[in-house]
Design a protein around this ligand. Structure first.
Ligand SMILES: [Zn+2]
Length: 77
């Protein structure tokens, strides 16, 4: 798949690749360069729902931040 980098350096990641890689909109990612290319990985322990790397806990193998956990508890009751 060939993509073009925008004038300001932006690159849209195709949805199919994002889904395969487990990367979601708003998620914090770690970008590294080397070997003539770049690697994009989910930042260590960021919230599955909002992508925040702040105040994140692992609950049943899902990383969730305190704010999203609070919203979930309000919805579920
Ligand atoms: Zn969150």
């Amino acid at each position: 798949m060939i993509r073009r980098i925008g004038k300001r350096g932006a690159l849209t990641l195709p949805k199919a690749l994002r889904v395969d890689a487990g990367l979601h909109p708003g998620m914090a990612v770690e970008v590294t360069a080397g070997n003539g290319g770049m690697e994009i990985k989910a930042a260590h322990k960021c919230c599955y729902f909002c992508g925040s790397p702040e105040d994140v806990y692992s609950v049943m193998n899902v990383n969730v931040c305190r704010a999203c956990a609070k919203k979930l508890s309000e919805v579920i009751g």
